[in-house]
Design a protein around this ligand. Structure first.
Ligand code: F6R
Length: 260
């Protein structure tokens, strides 16, 4: 796990975008794992800017969303399919048919989840998975207690997560109780994971998953077992890391050829 502490979300977005740009330029048909929420927005803004200004192209790339609410009508502005379209894929040139998301409105959710796993596999697996982290340590919507080996399935949102996400809805009552999410095992199969976190509200979660024990009580801690996990945090989110000086030293002295 590589922890990189940067001054602001803008630098975080730019560094994550560097890794995505390099991937897409060397492998145009790359498979990107797409998160929603606030954390990835600086990355999507930067990728859209590079698309507009530098000709960065995603025509052959594929995108797989991490998760989706269950019970929101198709086309609901806060459904993650719509959020990903609005915040990222409509701003670049990804082919709409290459963008996939778990189906939260399927009549047979379990079959849809299996189908989603198959679709990821058929695309060749995720090359780079963008992640945020919940204040309770979730990644995707794998809430505390999730199996570390889980695959795409339905989950019940923790109260904390519904409260955290109420800002996207008029009232908390409108936040669905259920979601379909890639599992922790699914996320761990991505070849590179890039988790971004900023703000003091994430400091305890970042401390726990980076430096605490690997435990289902803090689902993001499973990333300690990932062979290529990059954690990009701002100063506020890094504030409770005991090893901050070590991480800074390693990054400051990193051989340039290594990239992210
Ligand atoms: C979103 C997702 C969640 C969020 C997490 C942090 O697709 O999977 O794990 O990344 O809840 O949300 P923000 O970034 O809004 O703080």
């Amino acid at each position: 796990m590589e922890v990189i502490i940067l001054p602001s979300s803008k630098e975080i977005g730019a560094l994550a975008a560097d890794a995505i740009e390099e991937l897409v330029r060397t492998k145009p048909a790359a498979v990107l794992g797409l998160a929603t929420g606030s954390s990835p927005l600086p990355i999507y803004d930067e990728l859209a800017r590079r698309h507009d200004q530098d000709g960065l192209s995603f025509t052959q790339a594929h995108g797989f969303a991490l998760d989706e609410y269950v019970g929101l009508p198709v086309g609901h502005p806060e459904s993650y399919r719509e959020v990903i379209r609005r915040e990222f894929t409509n701003r670049v040139d990804v082919a709409p048919d290459n963008v996939h998301g778990p189906d939260g409105s399927a009549a047979d959710i379990q079959a849809a989840c299996l189908g989603y796993e198959e679709a990821i596999k058929a695309a060749g697996g995720v090359d780079l998975q963008i992640l945020g982290v919940g204040t309770n340590g979730h990644i995707g919507f794998n809430e505390p207690g999730s199996s570390l080996a889980s695959r795409t399935r339905i989950k019940t949102l923790a109260d904390q997560t519904r409260q955290d996400n109420a800002r996207f809805f008029d009232t908390i009552d409108q936040v669905p109780h259920h979601v379909v999410t890639q599992g922790l095992g699914t996320i761990m199969a991505a070849r590179h994971v890039v988790l971004v976190a900023f703000g003091a509200g994430k400091a305890a979660a970042v401390r726990d998953f980076v430096e605490g024990p690997v435990t289902a009580s803090c689902p993001a801690s499973v990333l300690q077992f990932h062979p290529h996990a990059t954690i990009l945090v701002d100063e506020a989110a890094a504030a409770q890391l005991a090893g901050a000086a070590t991480y800074r030293h390693a990054y400051d002295n990193k051989p340039e050829w290594q990239g992210l």
